[in-house]
Design a protein around this ligand. Structure first.
Ligand code: 48H
Length: 259
């Protein structure tokens, strides 16, 4: 019998390889495990779409964990209460402000847990650095990925590929995937305008209304929407992020499943 040490190594290699073989071709890749990406992941997987969430960091939650200026609560408007219910997230209503507040830790943990329970696969420590594209018509057919650690070490290591029917830019303020599209594929005609200053009500509405398809095969949700369309920022209120994630999932379901 092999030693425990060698069995640990073999078990990890085998199960990891099985996952990468299974998830090297999926229906939807969500780039970024922040509030918008995790919400999208939950609804996409719940709709029966094979969904892979790729996250650069070794944790999920994106900007949730920082709360509002490091305070451990974030605000949520009443329009997203049904999503909090679907994820089992507790909240407190403050009538004097007509706002709900949730614990940042609970929001992060339960968004991720529900996405996983719905069947989404979340891989952390993986960065999306480029897109797979085709022409006539121009379309996106997957992503190019690298270990985040390799990027951080500035090592010259060639990345590998993951094929998908849809890619979602849920990378937040930086809109990293959309910027790759803009920089490397000018024929796609997409310009990332950069977000506007703060106007919470207008920003909350825009990130939901404008979430969706950007070019064939590429969609966006969350703060990346604000960056793309120069919409206003809203600060630490997360209803728009949750609703935006749900909205993009609905559009992808319609496009891929016809309903
Ligand atoms: C893999 C990547 C890559 C990459 C980034 O920033 P996020 O929380 O994004 P959203 O849109 O879900 O939520 C935005 C919200 O947190 C926020 O900042 C708000 C509401 N601001 C308002 C205001 O006024 O400031 O999450 C994005 C995630 C992060 O975890 C990144 O690490 C990850 O995406 N990520 N993952 N490959 N190339 N780029």
């Amino acid at each position: 019998m092999s030693t425990l040490e060698s069995r640990i190594t073999k078990a990890i290699w085998k199960a990891t390889a099985e996952d990468w073989l299974e998830f090297s071709e999926v229906d939807v890749i969500v780039v970024g495990a922040g509030p918008a990406g995790l919400t999208a992941g939950k609804y996409l997987a719940g709709d029966g779409l094979k969904t892979l969430v790729l996250e650069r960091r070794l944790s999920f939650g994106g900007g949730i964990g920082g709360g509002g200026m490091m305070l451990h609560k974030v605000a949520v408007g009443s329009g997203a209460l049904h999503i909090l219910d679907e994820f089992g997230i507790r909240r407190k209503y403050l009538p004097e402000f007509d706002l709900y507040v949730v614990d940042a830790a609970e929001l992060m943990a339960k968004l991720a847990a529900k996405a996983l329970d719905s069947g989404a696969k979340i891989l952390t420590g993986v960065s999306v650095e480029d897109l797979i594209v085709r022409e006539q018509p121009f379309r996106v057919e997957g992503v190019v990925v690298q270990w985040s650690a390799v990027q951080l070490a500035s090592l010259h290591v060639d990345p590998i590929f993951i094929q998908s029917k849809a890619v979602v830019d849920a990378t937040g303020h930086d809109a990293e995937v959309l910027k790759v599209l803009e920089r490397k594929n000018p024929r796609a005609g997409v310009r990332v305008a950069g977000e506007s200053s703060a106007w919470a009500e207008a920003g909350e509405i825009a990130v939901v209304e404008k979430a969706g398809k950007v070019v064939e095969g590429l969609y966006t949700t969350g703060m990346a929407v604000a960056s793309l369309y120069q919409a206003y920022r809203m600060g630490p209120i997360f209803s728009g992020m949750l609703l935006s994630g749900k909205r993009v999932a609905q559009e992808i379901r319609r496009d891929l499943k016809g309903k």
